[in-house]
Design a binder for this molecule. Structure first.
Ligand SMILES: CC(C)(COP(=O)(O)OP(=O)(O)OC[C@H]1O[C@@H](n2cnc3c(N)ncnc32)[C@H](O)[C@@H]1OP(=O)(O)O)[C@@H](O)C(=O)NCCC(=O)NCCS
Length: 190
């Protein structure tokens, strides 16, 4: 597996990346995000804005097996990790981890301090879904459980911490879970 810059990759590789996005997220559990290949291709075009970052994992046959992007915020202090997908047939082999680590190195190289991301729970994949999170929102977060393989635990394994939640972001009982990770050590800041 090797990682390439998707922004400068040829159109065929970009289409493969769009297909992966469409195939994964056009499901009930993701509320049918990117319901057409065209919309997924629009996302790739947006992620090819030179202000943003966008990388793909390529297998030995030259096929796209995963990709990741990031969007700068707060003058580049913060980068939003968005989106991330790995092809179902190669999951659990460290490709997601490799993509996140690669992206983190790129963000660090640009002076980024914090990576953030929002991970929706639209299908009661966690104990934060399908319930009223008010008024004890932080109690719910402290006791979160993964019920159906929600990716928040993937990010936790990579050092990300849950820093909050938007209750009802995607409709009643469908929150967006926010995670963050510091990209540089506090010592270097001072
Ligand atoms: C989440 C996703 C990117 C992970 O990619 P992957 O290549 O399978 O992940 P890795 O093999 O690098 O896994 C790294 C670790 O996280 C764990 N992990 C991966 N997905 C997990 C999940 N959904 N829940 C809990 N743990 C998970 C792995 O078991 C592994 O743990 P280990 O270090 O103890 O062995 C992939 O499953 C995917 O594309 N899912 C659908 C799309 C998605 O959820 N995108 C993120 C939206 S915010």
């Amino acid at each position: 597996m090797r990682i390439i810059d998707l922004q400068t990759a040829d159109a065929d590789l970009q289409t493969q990346a769009a297909q992966l996005l469409h195939d994964e997220f056009n499901q009930a559990k993701w509320d049918y995000s990117w319901p057409t290949l065209d919309e997924a291709q629009d996302e790739i075009r947006e992620m090819c804005d030179p202000e943003r970052l966008c990388y793909a994992a390529i297998d030995a046959d030259g096929r796209v097996i995963g990709w990741i992007g990031a969007i700068p915020q707060y003058n580049g202090n913060v980068w939003e990790l968005h989106p991330l997908v790995v092809a179902p047939k190669v999951r659990g082999q460290g490709i997601g981890r490799a993509l996140v680590h690669y992206l983190e190195d790129q963000v660090r190289g640009r002076g980024g301090i914090t990576m953030i991301l929002g991970s929706d729970d639209q299908d009661q994949m966690t104990s934060l879904g399908g319930v009223d999170l008010y008024p004890n929102v932080w109690e719910h977060i402290a006791n979160i459980r993964n019920l159906k393989g929600h990716p928040y635990e993937f990010y936790q394994k990579l050092g990300y911490v849950i820093v909050g939640v938007y209750p009802d972001a995607n409709g009643l009982g469908k929150p967006d879970i926010f995670l963050a990770k510091r990209m540089s050590s506090i010592d270097k800041e001072g």
